[in-house]
Ligand binder design. Structure first.
Ligand SMILES: Cc1cc2nc3c(=O)[nH]c(=O)nc-3n(C[C@H](O)[C@H](O)[C@H](O)COP(=O)(O)OP(=O)(O)OC[C@H]3O[C@@H](n4cnc5c(N)ncnc54)[C@H](O)[C@@H]3O)c2cc1C
Length: 404
């Protein structure tokens, strides 16, 4: 296969899976969700399952934002090590965030079992020390996770090489991780919701909105209005356009996928995802049809044409990095692409209301390398906020931490 650039693999593999209508008329609902990516789909599912009347609007085709580009490693391991989060927010909050991500993997497993055929599989995860001098920090990280009940063990260099073919001075082996096809999951969830009566509209852009004491009014480019009691911004990195405050940086990330490999070549990598302590980190994971998905090489390029021009070079750099970390594994990209995502300074997401828009508007900014696990835990959190219930993660994931 030729190396392709620009088109994310999931969209090529799955195509447009279901035709959703464009919103042509005014509608009323309890909650309007802006964004038909994995966050919008999971939040809508949670709200609809608990009796809320929801309308979802997506300006492109469903799933065609960051969710189509995502490599979708589902990890409780946040890009910011637990030990660094503990220094910043205290050990209790660091453990709370990690535990919430672990719970989210179990929730995604249960939902994927229900939705079916979304390439979900439980995996293990190897986090290796990229350099010898990283080993003490990675060992401390493991000790803290162990203290908080995570199932982790240490891999010495010999075991890393013998079991995974990885050349590194040591690694944490975590038992809990998973993978999914995020594009398929978003489509299938939204198609099920539509079948059950939720309004799902794509090619429908929200251009402006007004918030009032009792609700919100959203205006589409086509001139239709949505009147709702609440709005949820699940618009991915574009959610930032609705805020005057700077809350995250946009990043580009690069990925490629191989053709299906035989079981001998894949070996333990078939059920173990791999990432490292260097930043930006290299990572890889298998798919259900035996391919390897490799990603990394993140940069601050925020202009799509410049980003796309880099795809092939970045893919070759990733090939070389894999060959250095796993000698003997010579990968050939079948498809390569780049995607935009946003990253917060501390690696944690923002879920909740912002002073600029008042309590009727909730933001679901599932930013960072753990975006999908964040979206899953955020679904429950957003529902609690809309229902005015307390939630253990509300304070830690709120915009208030920007003022601390
Ligand atoms: C290359 C790459 C690799 C990644 N790897 C991982 C990983 O391994 N694990 C992980 O958990 N996460 C990963 N992520 C992050 C994860 O993919 C994202 O966090 C997640 O997909 C975000 O989903 P979302 O629904 O919030 O945003 P999106 O998928 O971007 O969806 C938001 C949608 O809102 C729509 N929208 C925006 N504005 C409007 C408007 N005004 N009106 C109507 N619609 C609007 C957009 O068209 C878009 O489709 C990765 C991301 C990238 C790019």
């Amino acid at each position: 296969m030729d190396l392709k650039s620009g088109y994310p693999f999931w969209a090529i593999k799955n195509g447009l899976m279901h035709a959703f209508p464009q919103l042509q008329e005014d509608v009323r609902c309890d909650v309007a969700v802006i964004g038909g990516g994995i966050s919008g789909a999971l939040i809508t599912d949670e709200l609809a399952a608990h009796g809320h009347d929801v309308v979802v609007v997506e300006e492109r085709d469903v799933g065609w934002g960051s969710s189509a580009a995502s490599t979708a490693l589902l990890q409780y391991e946040i890009d910011t090590p637990m030990i660094d989060l503990a220094k910043r927010y205290g050990e209790d909050d660091a453990a709370l965030a990690y535990r919430a991500c672990a719970d989210a993997i179990h929730q995604l497993q249960s939902l994927a079992g229900d939705i079916r055929d979304v390439d979900f599989a439980r995996m293990h995860s190897v986090y290796y020390a990229s350099r010898r001098h990283h080993v003490p920090d990675v060992r401390d990280e493991m000790a803290l996770r162990k203290k908080h009940g995570f199932e982790v063990s240490w891999l010495e260099p010999e075991a890393l090489m013998a079991d995974y073919g990885i050349r590194a001075p040591g690694a944490i082996l975590s038992q809990l991780a998973a993978r999914i096809d995020p594009y398929r999951m978003a489509y299938r969830l939204l198609a099920r919701l539509e079948k059950r009566g939720t309004g799902v509209f794509d090619r429908t852009r929200i251009e402006r909105l007004e918030t009032h004491a009792r609700g919100v009014t959203l205006h589409t480019t086509q001139g239709a209005q949505i009147r709702a009691s609440h709005v949820v911004f699940a618009a991915g990195y574009a959610s930032q356009h609705w805020l005057d405050q700077h809350v995250a940086d946009n990043r580009s990330s690069y990925a490629f996928i191989t053709d299906p490999l035989d079981a001998d070549t894949l070996g333990a990598l078939g059920e173990t995802m791999v990432w490292e302590s260097a930043r930006p980190y290299l990572y890889l994971r298998s798919t259900g049809d035996g391919r390897l998905l490799v990603g990394g090489e993140d940069d601050a390029v925020d202009i799509p044409s410049r980003r796309d021009a880099r795809v092939q070079k970045k893919a070759q750099r990733l090939v070389q990095k894999v060959a250095r970390a796993i000698p003997g594994l010579e990968l050939k990209p079948a498809f390569a692409w780049a995607g935009t995502f946003a990253e917060t300074e501390d690696g944690l997401p923002f879920f909740g209301a912002h002073a600029q828009h008042g309590p009727r508007a909730q933001f679901a900014m599932a930013y960072g390398g753990n975006g999908i696990t964040y979206s899953m835990l955020g679904a429950g959190l957003i529902r609690a906020l809309i229902e005015r219930r307390k939630h253990p993660l509300a304070a830690l994931f709120s915009f208030d931490r920007l003022d601390r």
